[in-house]
Write a protein that binds this ligand. Structure first.
Ligand code: COS
Length: 386
């Protein structure tokens, strides 16, 4: 259900002010220390940000997709690690439960996730199963009233802080590349579940990933998501459809921030006796960035609107992710160019964003996977129409 306009505008204003006054001043510190201060985590909890997309009946704010996208655009205007802190609880770490969990599972976990008392992670990717997600090799073998999980998950966002993992594992057809995949809700700590060291990354300091290792990890049958075997892969794909739209909104916010910074710099930086913003070659870069960011904004909000109408947006969400993530890469590249030598220096922060945005073209499905999803859907629709 949509919020009334006044409440929504208040939420957007509050988010924008929080980003501007609390998060932006911490960008350099968090990049240096690789840690988000506890006070900020506390404020995220107070503001209800861990539960933006969790239904109200389970303690969240229950935003619809358009509302969530608008908040994600605002959060996108600062270092991505801040959004990432609440990203899994609102997205890939909770949506599987919302879409496919039993009522008992929803009541057990969603309120704690909404309050930010519990951090959740989405454990799909493996060392040998990245883009080819359905080739995953982790197994969950039924043993009496339990399942025993074995396998390794890789690059799992927020895993070092997580108390709950949605784990995708094969429950039959163990030898075939496409077997039956099921999802499990695994709490941490649990015997047989361990974590690898925190990964060293190119950017996005303050947001952490690591391996999650299952070595005869025993969970009760009640951990099976939705209580049914074999529904896991479809759930993962639906969760990713939604996640891709959210990430696209973050890309829009980041692009708008970089454009604002580039414009401000171009207007005050003087060369050849005039602000560089007066030069048409600089203007061309600003105009291209503005146009592309606006296109991505329109795509994201329109796709979100369709999703709120319950239209299947698999193609559109992939198109948003493809365009918005590539777009913000180009915008960041132009920002470095407009800042010139200063853009390359650590003190100005532009090179940091340039590194941060590179991940958007990779996680929650690479650009090439988005192209594949779009084209496959086009071909399937064309065949169905004949
Ligand atoms: N919604 C619902 N169901 C979906 C779906 C969607 N968006 N996409 C696929 N499915 C279903 C299919 O209908 C199919 O079901 P049936 O077997 O009942 O027909 C099943 O899932 C398998 O689909 P498909 O045959 O398309 O699977 P593939 O292995 O060929 O490839 C891709 C699927 C490549 C699209 C998938 O592996 C993918 O998205 N990979 C990227 C993973 C990713 O984004 N990782 C990022 C890290 S996680 S943050």
């Amino acid at each position: 259900m949509a919020l009334d306009a006044e409440t929504m505008n208040h939420l957007i204003d509050t988010t924008a002010r929080f980003v501007r006054e609390k998060l932006m001043p911490l960008e350099a510190q968090v990049a240096r220390d690789d840690v988000i201060p506890e006070t900020i985590k506390h404020q995220f909890r107070e503001l209800g940000f861990f539960g933006l997309a969790i239904p109200e009946e389970y303690g969240g704010l229950g935003l619809n997709m358009v509302e969530e996208a608008r908040v994600a655009i605002e959060l996108g205007r600062t270092s991505p690690c801040f959004r990432s802190l609440i990203g899994t609880n609102n997205g890939i770490g909770s949506q599987g439960i919302i879409m496919g969990g039993t009522e008992e599972q929803k009541r057990k976990y969603l309120p704690m996730l909404a309050r930010g008392e519990l951090i959740s992670s989405f454990a799909l990717t493996e060392p040998e199963a990245g883009s080819d997600a359905s080739s995953l090799q982790t197994t969950a073998v039924r043993d009496g009233t339990d399942y025993v999980i074995n396998g390794t998950k890789r690059f799992i966002t927020n895993a070092p802080h997580a108390g709950l993992f949605t784990v995708f594992a094969r429950t039959s057809n163990f030898t075939e590349s496409k077997g039956e995949i099921s999802a499990f809700l695994v709490e941490a700590p649990t015997g047989g579940l361990s974590l690898g060291p925190i990964d060293k990354k190119m950017g996005q300091s303050g947001s952490h990933t690591c391996d999650v290792i299952f070595d005869d990890c025993r969970v009760p049958a009640t951990a099976l998501l939705g209580g049914v075997e074999g529904a896991g892969f479809r759930t993962a794909m639906k969760v990713l459809d939604r996640g891709r739209l959210h990430i696209s909104a973050v890309c829009v916010g980041m692009a708008e921030r970089l454009i604002a910074d580039s414009l401000a710099y171009a207007m005050q930086r003087t060369q050849f006796g005039q602000p560089i913003a007066d030069f048409q070659l600089i203007q061309a870069m600003l105009a291209d960035s503005q146009t592309e960011a606006y296109a991505a904004r329109c795509m994201v909000l329109e796709t979100a609107r369709l999703k709120d109408l319950d239209v299947s947006v698999s193609t559109e969400a992939a198109a948003c992710k493809l365009f918005a993530s590539e777009m913000v890469g180009r915008v960041a590249d132009r920002a470095v160019q407009i800042f010139g030598g200063a853009g390359y220096m650590t003190d100005f922060g532009i090179e940091r964003f340039y590194r941060d945005v590179r991940l958007f073209r990779i996680y929650e499905g690479t650009s090439q996977i988005q192209q594949l999803v779009i084209a496959r859907n086009m071909i399937r629709n064309a065949k169905n129409a004949t």
